[in-house]
Design a protein around this ligand. Structure first.
Ligand code: CMC
Length: 434
């Protein structure tokens, strides 16, 4: 028998008895190599069935590293714990987009550019004012970020590096403005224009909460806590919304349309909508004595413990650990959220209960973030908007990588067809006459 290359997989097709050597690179085999395996000349090549892409790599990426077993998260190689403690959201945004940390000049000019672009065209304002009074802010954000593509038609020129940079700056700059206005809209309050004397996160808080005062001064501890939350959400490799951005971006559409798709994906309760769902769940449980029956409901499959479990983290979510700490800083300013006790008790029970232990279900980033957001007096509908603002640099870094990746193609998965074939069509007039 000929010797097989060490870094390869030998597959024997028992339908034909034929053997194939499939090269292994970076711990993966290429789907195209599997596609060469056929049971007959006219038969389709073997394909891989993987709903939810549980074990399929869709790209090569140098943006974010995750080791789910060890609970490691790094942006461009830097551990999330260090970035959360010592960096700022705009510096992290620079790091994600550019791949390296900025020099002093690069950082100053990045902050200047982003600050300069915080305003949106007045027509965006009128457009947003057209939403119903009770419009969900995520729906408003998704529509308004998508609408920016009509304000910047040059954004379609995705092959020009300078142009791409311009759109990236615009989007990071304008997301807080759109997010804050979506919030003010639901409250029936006047939209607040950006205050470019303030930093990124302080300005966002000003656009959210300023009323008649000359200048809105948020408590520095709250500014810092929100900045940390943005950092924690800034990227998370190929999650559902990033996959949506890449998938839509692979058609070579402008980045506003691609990011609007990401916002849509993030809206769902299994993704960014989970922290909203956590808060609703905690409120529904209401008191400590209802916890055991709730946990029984989860174990019977009638409930889901929102904020628990993760596709990748099977040990702990490092973001959850940092957020738990941030809770203390925020509650020092705002007072303790009474739901915290219920959350802590749920966590305690779940970490000891066999159902959760066996399935490796641990608190994820969303378990405690909702409690912090509520302490800021955000209604639950706003939570995912905050996630979207934080995630924007990550979406854009991934989009940038995608459009420059020569190996990428338009996203177009295969299917296994399970429907009828070759039926005879009878026109409606004949079918209905019978
Ligand atoms: N509560 C109860 N059981 C759960 C939970 C949960 N939160 N999560 C997973 N399980 C069970 C699930 O029923 C299954 O059990 P069995 O093997 O008996 O059928 C097992 O654990 C494996 O779950 P899965 O659904 O196959 O896992 P997944 O990787 O497809 O789903 C998840 C990951 C995050 C969608 C899921 O854990 C979940 O729905 N969690 C609650 C929602 C949530 O907190 N989402 C935020 C994720 S972190 C933020 C983000 O990245 O967007």
């Amino acid at each position: 028998m000929p010797e097989q290359p060490a870094n390869s997989l030998t597959v024997r097709d028992n339908r034909t008895g034929q053997e194939y050597d499939v090269p292994i690179t970076d711990g993966t085999i290429r789907a195209a190599d599997i596609g060469q395996i056929r049971s007959g000349e006219d038969e389709p090549g073997l394909a891989v069935y993987d709903p939810g892409f549980v074990n399929t790599a869709s790209c090569k990426s140098a943006v974010t590293f995750i080791d789910g077993e060890k609970g490691i998260l790094e942006y461009r190689g830097y551990p999330i714990e260090q970035l959360a403690e010592k960096s700022t959201f705009l510096e992290v945004a620079y790091l994600l987009v550019h791949g390296t940390l900025p020099s002093k000049d690069e950082y100053d000019s990045w902050v200047h550019e982003i600050t300069y672009h915080t305003f949106v065209h007045e027509n965006v304002r009128s457009f947003m004012q057209g939403f119903r009074y009770d419009a969900h802010p995520m729906g408003m954000l998704m529509a308004s970020v998508g609408a920016l593509s009509t304000f910047y038609p040059d954004a379609r020129n995705i092959h020009d590096a300078e142009n791409r940079h311009m759109q990236i700056v615009r989007m990071i700059a304008k997301m807080p403005t759109l997010g804050a206005w979506s919030f003010r809209h639901a409250q029936g309050k006047p939209y607040v224009y950006p205050d470019n004397d303030l930093g990124y996160t302080a300005n966002f808080l000003s656009m959210l909460f300023k009323m008649s005062e000359q200048k809105f001064q948020a408590d520095e501890r709250l500014v810092k806590a929100l900045d940390v939350l943005f950092i924690l959400h800034a990227d998370h490799e190929q999650n559902c919304s990033t996959n949506a951005v890449r998938s839509v971006g692979s058609s070579q559409v402008d980045p506003y349309s691609a990011v609007a798709a990401g916002v849509g994906a993030l809206f769902g309760p299994l993704h960014g909508g989970a922290n909203e769902a956590v808060l609703r769940m905690l409120r529904r449980i209401g008191s400590m004595e209802n916890i055991p029956s709730f946990i029984e409901g989860v174990k019977d499959g009638n409930e889901r413990l929102m904020g628990f479990g993760h596709r990748v983290y099977k040990n702990y979510d490092p973001r959850a650990t940092i957020i738990k700490k941030a809770c203390d800083d925020v509650f020092e300013v705002t007072g303790v959220n009474p739901l915290l006790k219920i959350a802590q008790e749920l966590e305690k029970i779940a970490l000891e209960d066999e159902y959760f232990v066996k399935r490796k279900l641990y608190p994820n980033v969303d378990f405690y973030s909702g409690l912090i957001y509520e302490a800021f007096q955000f209604p639950p509908e706003m939570f995912t908007v905050l996630f979207a603002i934080g995630r924007t640099p990550g979406w854009l870094a991934q989009w940038l990588e995608l459009v420059q990746d020569k190996e990428q193609k338009i996203a177009r998965p295969k299917q296994i067809y399970t429907g009828d074939r070759t039926l005879d069509f009878t026109p409606a007039s004949e079918r209905w006459a019978q």
